[in-house]
Write a protein that binds this ligand. Structure first.
Ligand SMILES: *Cc1c(COP(=O)(O)O)cnc(C)c1O
Length: 436
């Protein structure tokens, strides 16, 4: 540490002080320093420009640094950057809650704002547990979750993430054990799932699922009919349904929210990632009226027992409101349809390449599944050499571009994948990163 003031800014030795996520700091290639982002283009310190195929981890729905969002943040920062929500409120949070309630289906009307997606999941779990305590059924305290699911990196969220395949296997013995099963695909599996939930119903507080697309756990899709069957079983056996739309929300899968495609109204829904258009961290846990009402009483201890210091930060809420303006004003759903068609057309031919198991597309998500686990670090370097930024993981190469991406930029991304996959896996050795 230097003793006098700041050392000049440098990317020269990033590994020394900045500890990177899911990264083996001894062997990982040096991270690429970014000096500017505009739309889908990121500019590196050495002047190279890359096309971002993953929209900053699926957050930058309108492209990076959209001027409407940047302006909203600047105005908010200059006037009222933060207000503690303990006894005080502010216009941006009130407006955001009202708008989200209006956009979401059914009586998903009660919005609890938090700092990150993982915390939104924690709050959803606590909400469900406290709901059953309020209902006088405290033995309903487990969660039924799905293999290949991913719900975040904090303790409660880790416990409902796939315990074996996921990123948290190391911590398995330190987490509250939950109940896991496969996402039921098709009629016969629906009946099996229903029987499974029936057998566990006395202990299950809620079923938690990423609706239609399991993201970081492998970019796996299921049908709206599967989600509808899960929702029907949860209802039949009295369990709450939590839909984690942190990845799928805001048009990523082709509908504004994935639950809309199945006409499902979960009891609790989590939002994050694209909520602010990828500019600042903010997430939300939204409850249906009957969940909210279970907390109403004359007893202070019956209140929802959660409250992050920075919850409902005004700058973050201003960014989210500006992002919602863009969803209202600009044709995002039509853009997703066009992206979907283009991904189908340009990725489908890869099915015939050796080493490719499957190509799947849903909304603005394109997935090339390889036969073998790839060397993610080496693959990434080859993509960078072709002018694109992608983050393959496991045996998955995926695209989740900004919804505003131009067709020729999308073609640059798909053809980079085609060329890299066609060249085959010429590298060996272990991957140095495991995160999505
Ligand atoms: C990213 C993600 C989370 C965690 O959100 P963070 O903001 O990284 O804490 C939870 N659930 C899903 C489905 C996600 O994709």
């Amino acid at each position: 540490m230097t003793t006098s003031g700041r050392t000049p800014f440098s990317f020269a030795d990033p590994a020394r002080h900045l500890w990177l996520p899911y990264t083996q700091m001894q062997t990982a290639p040096a991270p690429l320093p970014v000096v500017a982002m505009d739309g889908v283009r990121l500019t590196l310190a050495d002047g190279r420009v890359l096309i971002d195929g993953v929209a900053n981890w699926w957050t930058a729905a309108h492209g990076a640094a959209h001027p409407h969002i940047v302006a909203a943040i600047q105005t908010q920062a200059a006037t009222l950057p933060h207000v503690m929500l303990g006894g005080l409120v502010h216009e941006q949070a009130l407006t955001l809650a009202r708008r989200l309630a209006g956009m979401l289906p059914g009586d998903l009307d009660h919005v609890f704002l938090v700092d990150s997606g993982s915390v939104a999941v924690e709050v959803a779990l606590k909400m469900a547990l406290q709901y059953w305590i309020r209902k006088g059924v405290p033995e309903r305290r487990r969660f039924l979750a799905f293999r290949h699911g991913y719900h975040g990196d904090t303790a409660g969220a880790m416990a409902v993430t796939d315990p074996d395949e996921g990123m948290h296997a190391l911590f398995k013995d330190h987490l509250v054990p939950q109940v896991f099963t496969d996402v039921p695909r098709g009629g016969e599996a629906h009946a099996t799932f229903d029987a499974f939930l029936d057998a566990h119903k006395s202990e299950v507080a809620a079923v938690i699922i990423e609706p239609l697309v399991q993201g970081a756990g492998g970019m796996r899709f299921h049908d709206p009919a599967d989600l509808a069957a899960i929702a029907a079983s949860a209802k039949r056996h009295g369990a709450l349904l939590i839909c984690d739309e942190i990845f799928t929300g805001f048009a990523r899968t082709g509908a504004l929210f994935a639950v809309n495609e199945a006409n499902v109204v979960p009891d609790i829904l989590c939002l994050g990632k694209a909520l602010t258009g990828g500019v600042v961290s903010l997430a939300a846990t939204v409850a249906r009226a009957p969940v909210f009402e279970a907390f109403l009483s004359d007893q202070p201890t019956h209140a929802l027992m959660h409250g992050p210091t920075y919850m409902g930060n005004a700058i973050a809420c201003a960014a989210a409101n500006a992002s919602l303006d863009l969803f209202e004003r600009e044709p995002r759903l039509a853009q997703v349809k066009a992206i979907e068609a283009q991904l189908m057309a340009e990725l489908s031919p890869l099915k015939s390449l050796p080493g490719v198991v499957e190509v799947r597309v849903k909304g603005a998500i394109g997935v090339v599944e390889l036969e073998r686990t790839a060397n993610a670090g080496a693959l990434r370097q080859r993509f960078v050499a072709k002018g694109v930024w992608l983050r393959p993981f496991g045996n998955i190469i995926y695209l989740t571009p900004a919804l505003t991406i131009a067709p020729d930029d999308l073609t640059t991304l798909t053809s980079a994948i085609a060329r890299v996959v066609a060249a085959g896996d010429k590298d060996s050795g272990i991957s140095t990163e495991v995160g999505a």
